[in-house]
Design a binder for this molecule. Sequence first.
Ligand SMILES: [Zn+2]
Ligand SMILES: [Zn+2]
Ligand SMILES: [Zn+2]
Ligand SMILES: [Zn+2]
Ligand SMILES: [Zn+2]
Length: 212
Amino acid sequence: MGGGYDIELFTKTPDYDLLCSICHGVMRCPVMISCGHIFCRNCIMQWLKRQRTCPCCRTEVRGKLYVLMHKLKRKINRLDVKCPNEQNGCPAHFALVHSQEHAEYCAYGAVPCSNEGCPAEVLRKDMCDHIHNCRYWRQHCHMGCGTLLHPENRETHNCYQELKEDYAKQLYKLKQKANRMETICCQISRQLQMMNDSMETAQPAADTGETE
Ligand SMILES: [Zn+2]
Ligand SMILES: [Zn+2]
Ligand SMILES: [Zn+2]
Ligand SMILES: [Zn+2]
Ligand SMILES: [Zn+2]
C-alpha cells in the first residue's frame, strides 16, 4: 500500500488538514509524530528511514516513533468518494471505507478473460458477451457427445440433429422389419386360405365319387 488517497477520488475537495504534506494525498492510516505533525503511516516511515527529523518543522523525532490517529482515520473513512472506474462509466459514490468492497463487484472494473490463453481485459459488465465471442472459447458439448466445441464448430454442431438422423435410421429399419412380417403373415394366410379351399373342393368330389 502506497501513500495517501488521490484527491481526485473525493466528491468534495477534502479539507487541507486531511492532506499529507509528503504525498499531498488524503492521509491513509494517519499517524502523529512527537512534534505533533500528522502524515500517512507509510509516507513518514519511508521518510524516517533516511532522517530522524519532521519533514514539516525539522524537529528531531524522539521517543515513540508515532501514534495512530484512530478518530481521524474514521473521519477520512467516512468521506464520500467516486468509483475509480468512473472513466469507464461507473456512476457509483460511496464512503471511502467501502472502496474495496465496491471494487470487487463493480460492473465497470476491468478483469482478465477467463478463457485459457486469452490476453483480453474486459469490463465485468461486458464479460458475458466477450466470453461468447472470444476466439479462445472452448467447451465440451453439454449433450455429452464428447465433441470439443470452439467458435468455428459451435454453430454447426447439432447433437439434436444427429440424434434425429439416428432415430430416423432406426425407424426405417423397424418399418422394413414390420413390412417383412406383414408379407410373411400375408403369405401364411394365403396358404391357409388355399389349403382351406382345396379341402372344400376335395370334399364334394369324394362325395360324388362314393355315390356314383
Ligand atoms: Zn502521505
Ligand atoms: Zn513537525
Ligand atoms: Zn464502480
Ligand atoms: Zn477472451
Ligand atoms: Zn454434441
